[in-house]
Design a protein around this ligand. Sequence first.
Ligand SMILES: *Cc1c(COP(=O)(O)O)cnc(C)c1O
Length: 251
Amino acid sequence: MTTIVRNLQHVRDRIATACIAAGRDPASVRLLAVSKTFGVDAVLEAASGGQRAFGENYIAEGIGKIEALRAWQTTQPAAANSRLEWHCIGPVQSNKTRLVAEHFDWVQSVDRLKIAQRLNDQRPPHLAPLQVCLQVNVDGGANKSGLPPADVMALTRAVAQLPRLALRGLMTIPEPAIDFIATYTLHAKAKAIFDHINSSGVLPVPMDTLSLGMSADLEAAVHAGSTMVRVGTAIFGGRSGAAIARKTQRA
Ligand SMILES: *Cc1c(COP(=O)(O)O)cnc(C)c1O
């Protein structure tokens, strides 16, 4: 077994343990493998371990991998359910919306109507609607993207009108908090917004995705109600100084 496949199994075990501790069904939380900065080989390794959903932050880098992996997919038997699903989880500028609409399956980082409108207009007709999450800035981090919680309802209503987008849920990237309780509290804020929207009746179809939690805080996110954790480091290793860190660990 490769390191990536072992790491994947470990992350799945962490998710299952957290679900059981929280009284939730382990199948209620999806794992998004965040492959940013890692190459096609790393994605293929994770795919060989059964992983299908991948997240990318940088659009050109992500599209490079999406195109390279299409070739791999065509070599797989249809029954193997080998189709990979690609999520854009990084900031999207106006001049990149067409590329995103043409290549990705999901965009989790929508925080402005203008971007949503462009993604809707540019989604090619032969593809399924683009699956989207609204990114919410739950902790008020000044330099971060994401909508203020007070603006989520209005954008929800507007995005629900766009026929080439399927509004699936909310995503947050809070700053690391000091302990489990503080982290849980931030994630619970996102869950409260999510529940409020779903119970308000503004959406014809309720949202089903609450994208909360990363390598360091997935347990707190699962306790708060996350349905999708986005995990990079715990699967692929550190994104800088990785080789040095590995050597130090082994020494
Ligand atoms: C990089 C990134 C992740 C993964 O973070 P890790 O700490 O490496 O698990 C998750 N979500 C977003 C939006 C990211 O940019």
